[in-house]
Write a protein that binds this ligand. Sequence first.
Ligand code: ADP
Ligand code: MG
Length: 291
Amino acid sequence: AVPVALVSGLSRAAGIGVLIKGGGALEMLAQVRVLVIDKTGTLTRGSARLAALRTLGAHGEAEVLRLAASVDQASGHPVARALVEEARGRGLILPQPSMVAESPGEGASGRVEGRLVIVGGARLMRRHGIVFPLAAGPRQAAAAASTVLVAVDGTPAAVLDFADPLRTDGGRALMDLRACGITRVVLATGDRRGVAEALVAGLPVDAIVADLDPAAKTGTVAAERRNGPVMMVGDGVNDAPALAAADLGVALGARGAAAAAEAADVVLLVDSLAPLPQAIHIAKRARAIAL
Ligand code: ADP
Ligand code: MG
């Protein structure tokens, strides 16, 4: 028989917008010690805004935006959404690209009007053998912004900085989690280290692991398990393998990727981290009653 405490715990969690996929997940929620948390869209709002754009090649600002947004139209990545919104806001009409290939956590490429357009982070450009001038890197003022590089026909075309601020309740959520049994917090991001450091300065974060592809994120989760049961929290397609590898995967469901919600044991149905510490309290109470 299913203990009454368990059923009531699951339904109380559902009442605060936390979907827990069964008794095992509720049990684990009461036991996790290490938090591995994603940055973009999880600790940040994921509603990025274009803060700066520098063109590098022959293409003008509007032209680069039009080509880059065209390739990123089908992506659910927060930065891609911001890019498309910016282009549409400027009244640009986005052509349908062909042969679009998205590489989760890295960016996308495709053909637009016969040109090969690549949009993404430094890792993606390295893989395509495209070298951006060092001076094109982010300026000091934009330290907390995610940088997106655009290449057209194999040549650097632009550097875009997207400001993606911390969730208003992000710092509070980390402190509340530490108050309910989390003893170690690790920020795991596909973005650059400098961006991650600037974002969490002053927050209770023990370690930052940056520039991770999905496999390396999963490796980080696996390595952290030696420090205790790991809860991984993320929102993206690139987080799905890490969510599955953790003792407890938690997905941000409101705006996150479906693949993340499917891979997770717990889904936050509201666009906030705030219910997570509350859910841990509920899990601990259910456990205390059931034992
Ligand atoms: P996090 O792991 O913190 O959520 P991601 O791995 O999702 O971050 O993204 C890291 C970086 O990869 C972004 O800052 C951006 O430069 C690049 N990126 C990933 N996907 C895209 C995309 N679809 N379009 C443009 N850039 C992207
Ligand atoms: Mg993310």
